[in-house]
Design a protein around this ligand. Structure first.
Ligand SMILES: Cc1cc2nc3c(=O)[nH]c(=O)nc-3n(C[C@H](O)[C@H](O)[C@H](O)COP(=O)(O)OP(=O)(O)OC[C@H]3O[C@@H](n4cnc5c(N)ncnc54)[C@H](O)[C@@H]3O)c2cc1C
Length: 400
């Protein structure tokens, strides 16, 4: 019995049914539809995985679970995922930033593929079948549904997904597993006092965002929003800092470098402009790849009027401008979900699960896969990849 009809549950069920044709495989899904997260994922396009040169590069996308996944990916990795879908008539394409989608740009293609593969392999899918309890019994399990029915299973694969609430782990995982307390990952920063909130939509292609007092730092596109900051650099930072930020109540100082340079190199270039552009107005000629509206806002904050000529800019103002360009502090006060997309940091402790088989070390015969585990990735297809890989390895191990 596979409990949970999401990405990990379907991959596990299909792998088990294909590998063990004599086994009867049933997916029990509590909702009225299966694969609902796949449907809404990637803005309805389903970002299936990420194109990387090899497993080592893939592993760098997991703030939690990297070591565990190394063993899992040795059995089924991103390249196997691409091949798995291609063999079933679903080619994937790669976008410039490495994200991989079905060529149809529709998550329905992925859902249809998974439903077809499950049907062909003889997997029974039961919706509106929420599981209340799993009890080990005579070398197998008794699986009790909320609606009163009890099923008997030789093996159980648990793929109920991330639970934002610690109580969500109580019932099904109460078989001796340690739970790493869940907190959200993948969110954007609220900065109510930011003067840059007046510039929503402005994007800097390669900003660096650091969290003051930590070693956490990420480089990439930074997007200015009407509530604060978003964009890949911020989302990655929220993933790597998920635990620290939760402990700090989502209050932190974010230090942003908009330029890629250091204070000294930027300050020296500003001096160069003073000579080379002496008669030009500072506000009309942005530098360091900073978009014009942001450049003007930073100049204003540094005390340099837009129409000030470079030759007339006071050294003190240029010092301040160099500081704002390379180390601008912003007070983060809270978080906002990114396009409804989020994952759970935390879950079933990986020390309780064998990474070679995904079998529980606490409860033999019980397997666990997907976001239920204390594994989560950055955005870009990493979370589905963890679900496909752990689901697959659990599925091929479950009947051994
Ligand atoms: C809006 C959104 C967009 C996303 N987009 C992407 C993306 O493009 N790329 C990417 O890599 N990741 C994305 N993610 C993350 C990704 O969707 C998840 O990491 C992934 O779905 C986890 O798969 P899973 O099978 O472990 O869990 P889930 O997909 O959450 O599936 C768990 C299933 O178990 C069922 N269930 C729970 N409890 C019970 C019970 N007691 N009995 C029976 N059934 C139960 C649930 O109803 C659910 O269907 C997105 C997440 C969200 C919220």
């Amino acid at each position: 019995v596979v409990i949970g009809g999401g990405a990990a549950g379907f991959f596990g069920a299909i792998a088990a049914a294909e590998r063990y044709p004599n086994a009867r495989v049933t997916i029990l899904e509590k909702a009225r539809t299966v694969l609902s997260k796949v449907r809404v994922s990637g803005g309805g396009r389903c970002n299936v995985t990420h194109a990387v040169p090899g497993t080592a590069a893939m592993l760098k996308g997991y703030p939690r679970g990297e070591r565990f996944l190394k063993t899992v990916f040795a059995q089924f990795n991103h390249a196997d995922t691409v091949e798995w879908f291609a063999r079933r008539g679903v080619p994937l394409k790669t976008e410039a930033d490495g994200r991989m989608f079905p060529t149809t740009d529709s998550s329905e293609t992925i859902i249809r593929c998974l439903l077809d593969a499950a049907r062909r392999a003889g997997v029974e899918v039961r919706i509106s079948s929420g599981v209340e309890r799993v009890v080990p019994e005579n070398g197998g399990f008794e699986v009790s549904l909320y609606l009163g029915e009890t099923l008997r299973a030789d093996r159980v694969l648990l793929t109920t997904g991330g639970q934002p609430n610690p109580a969500g782990y109580d019932g099904l995982v109460a078989l001796g597993h340690a739970i790493v307390p869940p907190v959200p990952s993948l969110f954007t920063f609220n900065v109510p006092d930011s003067p840059l909130r007046a510039l929503p939509g402005v994007s800097v292609p390669a900003g660096t965002v650091r969290l003051a007092g930590t070693k956490l730092s990420q480089t990439g596109p930074v997007l200015l929003t009407h509530w604060g900051f978003s964009g890949p650099a911020v989302l990655k930072l929220s993933a790597w800092g998920a635990r620290e930020l939760a402990m700090a109540g989502y209050r932190a100082t974010a230090l942003i470098n908009w330029t890629g340079g250091t204070y000294d190199t930027v300050r020296a270039e500003l001096d160069g402009f003073r000579q080379g552009r002496s008669n030009k107005q500072i506000g009309t000629l942005p530098a360091f790849g900073v978009p014009q509206r942001l450049w003007q806002a930073l100049c204003a904050e540094a005390g340099v009027g837009e129409t000030t000529r470079w030759a007339e800019a006071p050294a003190k103002a240029l010092n301040r401008l160099a500081e704002l360009l390379t180390n601008a502090p912003f007070q983060v006060q809270g978080k906002t979900t990114y396009k409804e997309e989020f994952v759970t940091c935390g879950g079933v402790s990986l020390s309780d699960v064998d990474p070679h088989t995904l079998e529980s070390r606490r409860c033999p015969g019980l397997f666990l896969a997907g976001e239920l585990l204390d594994i989560d990735g950055i955005t870009g297809g990493y979370n589905f990849q963890a679900a496909w890989s752990t689901g697959y390895v659990a599925g091929v191990s479950v009947g051994r």
